[in-house]
Structure formats: structure tokens, C-alpha cells
Design a protein around this ligand. Structure first.
Ligand code: SF4
Length: 677
């Protein structure tokens, strides 16, 4: 790639979706600055984005196709994948094939993978690691709004008078949103409330921290709505004109919430004083066996008080991954067909007609946890894993490893040669990484931005979309996958969103359907649906939003409560951030955080080692005594693996318990024990 003017692209990491102005200095040397023109960050970056340039070395990269341990040509490897697929489909049927993909893929990669799986192989089982991240928010949106649509945007962060963070250590996990909140507080006197069982770095800086019980959010939001209703805080007109309310809904709200009465009263006062209220919710809400109900408890509050579709107000799900939104929009979840469409007869007929296929899958496929169960049981005979590391990141990771070891056909497309998952692969395909690939991503506020190639492809690495199209051609579907660029894929996807419009959905990218490669090349970040996409009505049959009656679950677990989460400077299983010396300084090893009283009671020494065990497994951590923990609760990070640590493998501890509506696994509120090691 030529050195020259800065190239505008998008950060590789989180759902904030910050714009980057990258300057290529050498073959693998890039300097990174924030893009001042990008509406998501206006030039700001966090530590992870800033040090992206330190992650571009080729050490550890997968640079050639591999059949087992043997280097192969692309033709050999692609023929092998196609033959495995053909033979499994012929012998066991299309539903014995599964894809497990990733929010790290670009929208164009996701689109062709979904089209191949659901449209031409005929399996509904293509699911994504986004299932672990925000599937419960998707389900809550679908129940309340009739569609998976986020009703807010970052502009709301410039006008809110009250920001409520639920289950989000925003200062660490979405740092540029955090910088925006801090600025808002300075400029406008906005109050910040953090609802979180832990006193995180974010909670410590809040005006009010509500140390809610693990999974206590539903009881809390129901009680808040009850208290606000009793003080005349409902929006009767909005409720009458724009909502459908189940009978007896308001009578069922009161109940025990477990929060100190003075703190609860202070919070109610804030809610009454400050109707311009934005609630941002993230993994603490979603990664739960009742995550969908939590999302709806939050949305209920906003609907009943009319705090939605107005500047500075709304329930705002903030996503974890750079392209979690783009993936779910094209249909990369097993319970969506394509472009926000489901599996009704009409929707299936429209999609089959658009793709010109008679092989469309018959219905929805298996969600992540069930997918790996089916692999374990031998029902899935072919699994293609793209850009993710389920041997570490899935709950009950020991079980997932057993499943991978049993599967006769595993293909892994990745940038890294030896991930914990790649060890089980029969075929490894080298993919392009950030700074090499080209396409689009959609961030938490539905803003579509370009990722642009900065560097030449290393070794024989290829774009994921090209790999999928090459396999599709070998399966005899070449004319449906004859894309020559990401722009061509984006045009087809954009044209397909007209179907979503026909079924009353808000997703509409049709203005891009006729765009040229040149227009795509020059694409500026744009937000589909505008600032508040639901202001003209909801995508339900009668145009009204639905309040959903949700009840608090019994949350008591035996023993200690284990919660899991992220470190400020690390990302997922550290395959990228682990390469950066600057990012390794903040936290060098996996720590288990324990309250001082628990440490004393259990003879745990600060700096000593401890074994954390659960029904699923056990793992070793170094002890960090912290008064940010509540007694009876411990916290561990999610990032560490055999490859980067040897201890602290949190996936081994988390049972595969899922939300019954969304299928999202519960990574919080896990029953555990801890003892000196
Ligand atoms: Fe990248 Fe997220 Fe940091 Fe922005 S906030 S620079 S998108 S990691």
C-alpha cells in the first residue's frame, strides 16, 4: 500500500465504532489518530484504539492454508472444504452443517456467510459470538418494538439530564462513550447513576451507585416504575396513543427490590426531576438467564414515562463488538433469516425469491449453546468457525472442547495460526485482519462506517467474503456468489433491505442499492433510520409498542456469586491486544477480586493464589483483595486462555445456562467456591 495521506477507517475493537485516521509509515507500520470528522468519537480514542499500530506484526499469524499440519494451496484447501461439505450434506442432510461466526466479521463477510448457509446449503444453524453479547437486547427490542431496532443515538448523549448505566463498566469497556458522558456532566450538570453489583471504576465516579443484587435489575426497574407512577410520573397520552399495556400491568410492579430505602428514594427523586433520561445497558443486563426480561423492564420504564423518541431520552443497548449490529442486521443470528426478516411463509418466500434459491432453510437453526451441544452429540458433522475462539469464550468451555474434538469436519478461518480452537481444526484458512480488509461495520447507534485496507495482504491471506464465495462456487452456486468486491456485496444487501421495508421494518439502506464502487469507496459514516428511528411508530401490527409484564427471578445462588467481565486494556481472548506491549502494562495476569471480609474468612491472601470452582469446572487466579466487591461476590476477567496464561480460564467456570427467550448464556451470577491454592 502506498504511503501518503491518512486513510479514514474504523477501530477494530468495540461497538462504540470510533473513526480512525491511519497513516501508513512502512510495510507493517501504521500510526493511529482519532478521526475528528467521525460522528462517533470526534477524534477521541481509548488506549486499545490508540495502540492498534502495535498489533500489526506478523508473529503468530496464519499465512497459508493448512490441511492438518500440512501447508496446502488455496485450491487444495477450498476443494477439501467443499468435498467435506458435499459429503456431509449428502449423507446427513443440510441440517448437519453449522457455521459459528463473529462480530469481528465485516457486514459483507457476514452477508455472504448467511446467504450460503441459510440460502444455499439450507441450514438455519449459523450463529455468532454476538449471541454471548447482546442477544437478549435483540429479543427485548423484538418484543417491545416489533423489530430489533435501537431507538437512541450518540446525539442523545449530548442532551440527557440523567444518564443511568445498567450492568456496564463504561469507563473501561466503552471508554469513548464514557469520555462523552464525562463531558456532558461537566457542560450540562447531568447526573450519573450506575446500577451494578460491583463498585467498578465507573460506579466509583457516579453521583449515585446502586449496588443491586445480581440479577436484581428487574425487581428494581419494576419498583422504580411503581414509585414514579405513584408520584404522577407516567405519560398517560403516550401510553394511550402509542403503547399496548397488558391488563393488570401496573398492579404487578411493586415488590421487594433489595436496595437501601434511602438510596432508592434518592434515585426516585432523580427520576422525577430529570425526564431527559438515557439508560445505557450492556453485558451486566444481557449476560443473564433473565436478560431479555431485564431489557424489557428497562424499556417498560421508558415507554410508560414517555422517555423515548425524544432527544436525550431512551433505552440504549450498547453493543460489545465492532460489528455486532451489522451482523444481526444481515441475519447472522440463527433465529433471523436475513435483513431483520423472520421465518414466516411470506418472509421465506420473499427471501427465496430475492436470492433465487429453492434450497432455503426450513426454519430457524440452533443458537450458540445448543449448536455446540449438537456438535457434542454428533448431530452436527461439519462446523465452520470464522474469526472467533469458542474453545475459550463459550460457557462450559471444557464441554465445548470435547465437542470440537469429536466433530469429524472442522474448518477454522482466522488470522491467528494457533488459537485454542484452531488446535481442533482439520482445515485452517488464513483470513485478512484489521488493517488489511475492506468493508463496513455498524456500531451501537446504527451508524454504518467503512473499514479500509491500510496494508497489503500478508502471505496468502484472503478476505472472509472471498473464501466463502470460493467455497460456494465449488458447491455449484457460483452465479449467486460471483461478487468481485465488498461494494458489490453491499449493493445486494442494500437492495435486499427493501424486503424488510415491505414487512414493516425500519431497516432501509435502499439508497445505496444503485451506488457505484466509487460511491462505496467514498462512503462517509451514515446512520440508518436517523437519530430516533421509532419516532414515526413501531414495527408491530398496530404500530404500538408493547409493555411486557416481567417478574423478578429467584436469584439466590448457593456459595459465592461469581461475576465475569473485561479489563480496560484487553479484548476478548487477547489474540490482538496481547500483541501490544503498551496494553500489557495495565493488568498482566488474571486476578480474582475478593472483598476483604471474605478474604479474611476464607484465608485468602492478597497476591496469593486461589482456586475458583463451580459445577462446570475450576481455574486458578491470583487474589486481589478489593473493597469494590460486595461480600459474598467475586469477580474474574474473561480474557485468559491456555495460549496466553495457563490459568484464569473463566470459560471453564461458567455453566451453559441460557436465557429462555434469547438463548444468551449467563456469564454473571454463577454459583462458585473459592479456596487458597
Ligand atoms: Fe476502539 Fe472502542 Fe476504544 Fe473507540 S472506544 S477506540 S471503538 S476500543
Amino acid at each position: 500500500m502506498a504511503k501518503g495521506a491518512p486513510i479514514n477507517t474504523t477501530c477494530a475493537y468495540c461497538g462504540v465504532g470510533c473513526g480512525i485516521a491511519a497513516q501508513v509509515k512502512g510495510a507493517r507500520e501504521v500510526t493511529i489518530k482519532g478521526d475528528k470528522t467521525h460522528p462517533a468519537n470526534h477524534g477521541r480514542l481509548c488506549s486499545k484504539g490508540t495502540y492498534l499500530g502495535e498489533t500489526l506484526e506478523l508473529e503468530g499469524r496464519l499465512l497459508h492454508p493448512m490441511l492438518g499440519e500440512r501447508r496446502a494451496s488455496w485450491d487444495e484447501a477450498l476443494d477439501d472444504v467443499a468435498e467435506r461439505l458435499q459429503s456431509v450434506i449428502a449423507e446427513h442432510g443440510p441440517e448437519s452443517v453449522a457455521f459459528y461466526v463473529s462480530g469481528q466479521l465485516l457486514t459483507e463477510d457476514y452477508y455472504v456467510a448467511n446467504k450460503l448457509a441459510k440460502g444455499f446449503i439450507g441450514t438455519g444453524t449459523i450463529d455468532t459470538n454476538s449471541r454471548l453479547c447482546m442477544a437478549s437486547a435483540v429479543a427485548a427490542h423484538n418484543r417491545a418494538f416489533g423489530e430489533d431496532v435501537v431507538p437512541c443515538s450518540y446525539e442523545d448523549l449530548d442532551c440527557a439530564d440523567l444518564v443511568v448505566l445498567v450492568g456496564s463498566n463504561t469507563a473501561w469497556c466503552h471508554p469513548v462513550i464514557w469520555q462523552r458522558i464525562e463531558k456532558l456532566r461537566e457542560r450540562r450538570g447531568t447526573k450519573l447513576v450506575v446500577i451494578d453489583p460491583r463498585r467498578t471504576e465507573t460506579a466509583a465516579l457516579a453521583d449515585l451507585h446502586i449496588p443491586v443484587a445480581p440479577d436484581g435489575d428487574i425487581a428494581l426497574f419494576n419498583a422504580l416504575l411503581d414509585a414514579v407512577a405513584k408520584r404522577g410520573g407516567l405519560d398517560a397520552k403516550f401510553l394511550r396513543d402509542q403503547c399496548e399495556v397488558p391488563e393488570g400491568f401496573f398492579a404487578g410492579l411493586s415488590g421487594e427490590h433489595g436496595v437501601n430505602p434511602q438510596i432508592f428514594a434518592k434515585l426516585v427523586d432523580l427520576l422525577m426531576e430529570r425526564p431527559r433520561m438515557l439508560t445505557l445497558f450492556s453485558q451486566g443486563a444481557n449476560q443473564s438467564a433473565c436478560g431479555t426480561d431485564k431489557g424489557n423492564a428497562i424499556i417498560n420504564f421508558h415507554l410508560a414515562t414517555g422517555r423515548i423518541n425524544r432527544l436525550g431520552a431512551g433505552p440504549f443497548s450498547i453493543t460489545g463488538q465492532p460489528n455486532a449490529m451489522g451482523g444481526r442486521e444481515v441475519g447472522g443470528l440463527a433465529n433471523t433469516l436475513a435483513c431483520h426478516l423472520g421465518f414466516s411463509e411470506d418472509e421465506r418466500a420473499d427471501v427465496a425469491g430475492f436470492w433465487k434459491t429453492d434450497r432455503l432453510c426450513s426454519g430457524q437453526g440452533l443458537k450458540a449453546v445448543d449448536l455446540f451441544r449438537a456438535v457434542h452429540e454428533g448431530r452436527i458433522k461439519f462446523l465452520w468457525v470464522m474469526a472467533t475462539n469458542p474453545a475459550v469464550s463459550m460457557p462450559d468451555a471444557g464441554f465445548v472442547r470435547e465437542a470440537l474434538a469429536r466433530c469429524p469436519n472442522i474448518v477454522v478461518s482466522d488470522v491467528i495460526a494457533d488459537t485454542d480452537t484452531a488446535k481442533f481444526a482439520h482445515v485452517r484458512l488464513p483470513a485478512l485482519g484489521w488493517a488489511e480488509k475492506d468493508g463496513t461495520v455498524t456500531n451501537s447507534e446504527r451508524r454504518v462506517s467503512r473499514q479500509r485496507a491500510l496494508l497489503a495482504a500478508p502471505g496468502e491471506a484472503r478476505a472472509d467474503w472471498r473464501i466463502v464465495c470460493d467455497v460456494a462456487a465449488r458447491l455449484g452456486h457460483g452465479r449467486h456468489f460471483d461478487f468481485t468486491s465488498p461494494a458489490a456485496i453491499f449493493r445486494e444487501y442494500a437492495a435486499m433491505t427493501a424486503l424488510a421495508g415491505r414487512h414493516g421494518k425500519k431497516l432501509d439502506l435502499t439508497q445505496w442499492a444503485d451506488c457505484s464502487d466509487r460511491d462505496y469507496e467514498r462512503m462517509l459514516p451514515f446512520q440508518w433510520g436517523g437519530t430516533h428511528p421509532l419516532r414515526h411508530g413501531f414495527a408491530t401490527s398496530d404500530g404500538k409498542a408493547r409493555l411486557i409484564a416481567v417478574t423478578a427471578p429467584k436469584t439466590q445462588v448457593d456459595g459465592m456469586v461469581l461475576n465475569t467481565g473485561r479489563y480496560r486494556d484487553q479484548w476478548h481472548t487477547m489474540t490482538r491486544t496481547g500483541l501490544s506491549p503498551s496494553l500489557s502494562v495495565h493488568r498482566r495476569e488474571p486476578l480474582v477480586e475478593v472483598h476483604p471480609a471474605d478474604a479474611e474468612r476464607l484465608a485468602l491472601e492478597d497476591g496469593g493464589l486461589a482456586c475458583v470452582s463451580s459445577a462446570a469446572g475450576e481455574s486458578i487466579y491470583r487474589v486481589a483483595v478489593s473493597d469494590g466487591q460486595v461480600t459474598g461476590q467475586i469477580f474474574v476477567p474473561m480474557h485468559f486462555t491456555d495460549a496466553n496464561s495457563g490459568g484464569g480460564r473463566t470459560g471453564l467456570l461458567v455453566e451453559a445456562k441460557t436465557d429462555p427467550v434469547s438463548g444468551q448464556p449467563a456469564f454473571k451470577n454463577v454459583a462458585a467456591d473459592i479456596a487458597p491454592w
